[in-house]
Design a protein. Structure first.
Length: 243
């Protein structure tokens, strides 16, 4: 893949499968890549520990990636816990709500994340903001939609008088295609790094190691990841790994 000289990107990096794949995607394309994470009181706070391990692992995988991977910033946002209960910020049951959205939906989360990412990109002289949101395999969150990201790009550029670009490389990919994209970017070594060190489980479980990685195996995030891994394995066995 070709790179864009003197280009820069900021990746919203949680330590999960999707954001790790996005980070590898950015490292293949941009000369300078920085990362931004959020501690918002999430139940699966173990992902914050995984972030450090994944960043270290990515540097080990490729000398070029190690050169391009710059500073990491972790912001603390306890405001979401103060606003009210969700299944990602409080110990409550994961279920469907009266609104038709799962209780894991944290209202305003991605809106705030992208606004803060835009502020950091502005400060750091970075043009591209990368996020792993997706409309294809997701839990119905409205703040993951393509229209939402496009509207946010317009809003932050108007509000900051800037020309920032919000990139969503996974927007139209299935989870199986996300696994395949990781393989195309970093080979089996990157796939193994994602399996062993990234975290997706909403329950924060790191006790059980499944074929697709660690997790409770029952929450929506685990189910999506497991189903994607199974489909990816079938396609790989038949000789088709393309995203």
């Amino acid at each position: 893949m070709s790179t864009h000289p003197e280009s820069s990107a900021l990746v919203a990096f949680s330590g999960g499968q999707d954001s790790t794949t996005c980070l590898a995607w950015a490292l293949e394309r941009f000369e300078r890549v920085e990362t931004l994470g959020f501690d918002y009181g999430q139940r699966h706070a173990v992902e914050l520990q995984c972030r450090t391990e994944v960043l270290s692992g990515l540097r080990t995988l490729s000398p070029d990636w190690a050169k391009r991977l710059g500073p990491d910033l972790l912001l603390t946002l306890d405001v979401f816990q103060q606003l009210g209960e969700t299944a990602l910020t409080h110990d409550v049951e994961i279920s469907m709500t009266a609104s038709g959205l799962p209780s894991t939906f944290v209202p305003g989360r991605n809106l705030i994340f992208m606004t803060l990412a835009a502020a950091q990109a502005y400060r750091r002289g970075i043009k591209h903001i990368i996020t792993g949101v997706c409309e294809t395999d997701f839990s119905g969150y409205p703040d993951c939609r393509d229209d939402t990201m496009k509207a946010l790009q317009v809003a932050v550029n108007l509000g900051m008088q800037a020309r920032l670009v919000i990139e969503t490389p996974l927007m139209w990919l299935t989870k199986a295609q996300t696994w395949a994209l990781a393989h195309s970017l970093g080979g089996q070594d990157l796939v193994e790094l994602i399996l062993e060190h990234t975290h997706t489980c909403y329950q924060g479980s790191r006790g059980d190691r499944h074929a697709w990685g660690y997790g409770c195996g029952a929450c929506p995030a685990c189910e999506l990841r497991a189903a994607g891994w199974q489909q990816y394995g079938k396609k790989s066995a038949s000789g088709g790994q393309g995203a």
